[in-house]
Design a protein around this ligand. Structure first.
Ligand code: ATP
Ligand code: MG
Length: 258
């Protein structure tokens, strides 16, 4: 019943030279097409796990196996998109220049401008191609970062607390925009958030992690249908799922004091 894995982490450990063990025994399969959220206490290794999947860092133990059926093919840079909490735009480049950056690294052809324009249109910034980051609101900057992550048309989108710094209204709006993009484009998303509500609202599955060294404490399917909107957000079903995830998180955190 479950889709094939895009990437499977088996017994993954990450220890830093400082001696910190961020992850130990992390078993996690990311399935094709799912919207997977990772929640867990601060410092439990969520960003570390995302950086391992992004290829920005190597595990110190265990394995990452790529590809449907474990073909093992490690993705090329353009095959995955990463969005961090800070939009990390280049201040001296226009919005279009920032979005073009991954294409200039991975490809040079006539499609480039069309791809940039399409990515900006997808996030509602078609009219801001020539603006500079300083002229944008926080939410708009984050949209640029999402356009930049989407411009290579990656299958896998990794997002590390992308909306945490935004006000709640903007965050709700971007949550909805992200769901629309995910449904329209058929991507696989791994999303890190501290918000149980956001995780339940967005996801097909929520994985709760233990305190450091992080591993999976609970794996909770969110079976509510899409599109999701205010009706879901205010439903008894939503409240019940938030209670389930919240209890798993509290339980995971309690363990560390045992
Ligand atoms: N480059 C690094 N060098 C040394 N220690 C690191 C490094 N990166 C992360 N750590 C440590 O690894 C642990 C996990 O960090 P990580 O950033 O993955 O946690 P997190 O779950 O993302 O936390 P938060 O929710 O606060 O973002 C922390 O103790 C952190 O100090
Ligand atoms: Mg983090």
């Amino acid at each position: 019943m479950s889709s094939p894995a895009v990437v499977a982490l088996r017994g993954v450990a990450k220890a830093f030279p400082s001696g910190t063990r961020a992850l130990d025994g992390l078993d996690l399969s990311v399935r094709r097409g799912e919207f997977l959220s990772l929640v867990g206490p601060s410092g439990c290794g969520k960003s570390t796990a995302l950086r391992l999947i992004a290829g920005l860092s190597k595990p110190s133990g265990g394995t990452l196996t790529w590809g449907d059926g474990g073909t093992g093919a490690v993705p090329a840079p353009g095959d995955l998109g990463v969005v961090f909490q800070e939009p990390t735009l280049m201040p001296w480049a226009t919005v279009a220049g920032n979005v073009r950056l991954p294409l200039r690294l991975t490809r040079r052809d006539d499609e480039t401008e069309a791809r940039v324009a399409a990515a900006l249109a997808r996030v509602g910034l078609a009219d801001f191609a020539t603006a500079y980051p300083r002229e944008l609101s926080g939410g708009m900057k984050m949209r640029v970062a999402i356009a930049r992550a989407l411009v290579t048309d990656p299958h896998l989108l990794l997002m590390d607390e992308p909306f945490a710094a935004l006000d709640e209204i903007t965050r709700f709006r971007l949550d909805n925009e992200l769901l629309t993009l995910w449904r329209a484009l058929g991507k696989t998303v791994v999303f890190v958030t501290h918000s149980v509500f956001e995780a339940v609202y967005l996801s097909t599955r929520v994985v709760v992690m233990t305190p450091r060294p992080g591993r999976v404490a609970a794996d909770i399917a969110i079976d509510a249908p899409y599109p999701r909107g205010e009706t879901f957000r205010t439903s008894a079903e939503f409240a019940g799922l938030c209670r389930t995830v919240g209890a798993a998180l509290a339980g995971a955190m309690g363990e560390s004091f045992a």
